[in-house]
Design a protein around this ligand. Sequence first.
Ligand SMILES: [Fe+2]
Length: 633
Amino acid sequence: MPNELMTTPANPDLHPAVYHSERDAMRRNTDLVIRSVALHQPDRYLRNVWRGALRRVRRRTDANILGICSTGHGASLALVSSRFGVRALSLERFLGKKNALYLAREEYREIRESLDPIPSGIRFCLRDRFGRLPPIAVFEDSWEPLFKALVHGLPLRPRDIDFVMGSESHFAINRSWQGRALSHYFPNAVVRTDLEHHAVHRYQAFLASGFGDAAVFTADASGEPLRRKGGKRIAMTFSSARDKEISVFAEHTSPESSPGRLYNNFNMFLGFEQGEEGKTMGLSSYGRDTCYRYLRPQLELFDDGSFFFPDDAALKTTLREHGIFPRLPGMPILPDHEDVAQAAQLLLDDIMHNALRALESEAPSERLCLAGGIALNSVTNERIFRASRFREIYIMPNAGDLGQALGCALFAERMLLNCPARAIGESDGLGPRYAEADVLAAIENAGLQYSRLADPVNRAAALIAEGRIVGWFQGGSEYGPRSLGHRSILADCRKPEMKDHLNDRVKHREPFRPYAPAVLEERVSEYFDLHQPSPFMLRVVDVLPHQRAVIPSVTHVDGTARVQTVSAAGNPLFHQLIAAFDALTGVPVVLNTSFNVAGRPIVETPADAIECFLSTNIDALILHNYLLEKSPV
Ligand SMILES: [Fe+2]
């Protein structure tokens, strides 16, 4: 269990040491000398050297490591600690604004005050078609509260952090002065901010998997411009991993071989924003392959896994020649748009299928690890995995850029500090946990009536079986983009009208978007064409034909479902809830959707959950053992 306390020896920084011997006293004196020299080194490299020496003098076996990233899709922070396990939190949850980025104050001022010309290094963060800035937090202002939010309830202060690892990402965090700021804020930490974007994707894919060996494939729109690539950005990498060694045998660059860029071009054509690629994926099931048939000849696939497809302008020209024009946000979705979405999906499938063939021929392992934004496309994941020779697959639940903070921290732990391999496990509830007192304070601050439940699991199951929509808040929040039973809205999947009801009255989102089932892992093959776990809702599989009428609100228009399997070991409370629902109804499946409304991130704190409950038509909210209920209309 990643968030549970571990039983390794106490950190001497947390518990002031008592020096019993002369040797200890000598070590303490050496420690003080090194520390004073380290803190007076103006250069970060030298500081790191001194702090590494300090660590060796102390002969510390435990470590508190922070990973940090800020890329085009937002910023996040992860803690990997030998005492406290793993925690991770995205800035967007903390701010309540989706895709929130970290920028340094100077950088923010530069962007805000001189939009034209936009410095090329930060151009893509302004890619919004209307020139709007994404939500931004100024690093200097919000760094400290974000760190405090991450370690909520843990006795950790900045001086207890031993290592800070950042990715060489697109924004402020990679700047040298930002590294100095981190170095100052964490006085005892070695600070490094030099990992390449796709290297971090590899680490988040492989080091979180628990596999001893694997073929590792990363794919996204692109990483940062690299000097070693003549300023080009990498979009796909193929590698083979064993223990601590990851050998890369192919890298392909953007724009010519960027699956993320290709998919994003279609996504923008359909009037969806960056970060809304899931809408194109959902819409694709409604389309026909007419558009794909005339676009497919323009796609060239090469044996090394790379490809060529015409750029955005050429794509628009081709579609215009066939009478299809870009859709603006808010315009109705026409059948032509559904066909375009299907073309995007099928072209991506072809590209990824070809890439996986290249990987298969070079990497001997039977296990596959995927990361990068493309790995969040659950339709493609399933199609390429089934067509491959791989027997096992691991896709980190936060496979996109926001998962990079954890990739950085795992890299530092495993590769730099030589700690044993660590599997993150089946739960993505890596966010900070809230005490009963926090929950109760939030309820009382809101001035709401509540009741204390002796058995929240059975009460939740009964409410769902009655057709009520239930907010479910337990444990740490999910680090990735999907609610997996910690911050979830749950409903009865047997009711055909539930999907439209949720879309209309609770989530306020497009009617074509499907809802996902959470099923008891041991019963998954009774309902779905799946015989393996899918704990992170990253695989789309067929609902067995005779079960489609049984669970209609989670069966997509094409007879598929994006399944989450729930095991008793991985998520015991949620497993109990689904089992209780099964005992009442005979169906071991519930509808599980993220606890948010359109355009907002998943709720983080008890207060966020209460606010979402009050502003939507959720019927009941269960926070830990407390029940808040609205009267039935
Ligand atoms: Fe990426």
